[in-house]
Design a protein around this ligand. Structure first.
Ligand code: RB5
Length: 150
């Protein structure tokens, strides 16, 4: 990650509670982001927001994306529908580390109802600083994209 790195954020109403401390953390670290909503705890549909964040990553407007819903499941399913997206639902820092090292994940999905704010920040920290290992993992990641043509 360098100072040019920009992150696309997206959440539904359940994820909004976690997005706030996450934004504070990114501000504190000087990491730039674009927040694609939602912007309150009022009920919305998670696919709308996960899709917007995923499109920002797929079009290379941002390098990474972080999407949040209650469990992280709905937003990860949605983001992975977009060609070029490798969204990883991570519940631990170790999962985030391997999502980057082995899967070259370009989006991180988090569950606001399943992960504490402190755990989430730790997961984000690891996700953003861990590079892809390449080599045999590159072949495997390429196989994923052959399935969707991208
Ligand atoms: C919203 O209640 C909840 O269903 C949503 O945030 C998410 O957990 C879906 O996967």
């Amino acid at each position: 990650m360098n100072e040019q790195t920009v992150i696309a954020l997206g959440s539904d109403h359940a994820g909004f509670a976690l997005k706030r401390p996450l934004r504070d953390y990114l501000d504190e670290m000087g990491i730039r982001y674009i927040d694609y909503g939602c912007f309150s705890g009022e009920a919305v549909d998670y696919p709308d927001f996960a899709y917007r964040a995923a499109m920002a990553v797929a079009s290379r407007l941002t390098k990474y994306g972080i999407v949040i819903c209650g469990t992280g499941i709905g937003v990860s399913i949605t983001a992975n529908k977009v060609a070029g997206i490798r969204a990883a639902l991570c519940c631990t820092p170790f999962m985030a580390e391997l999502a980057r090292k082995h899967n070259d994940a370009n989006m991180l999905a988090l569950g606001a109802r399943t992960t504490t704010h402190e755990q989430a920040i730790e997961i984000v920290e690891i996700f953003l600083k861990t590079p892809f290992e390449g080599n045999r993992h590159k072949i495997r990641v390429e196989k994923i994209h052959l399935l969707s043509g991208r």
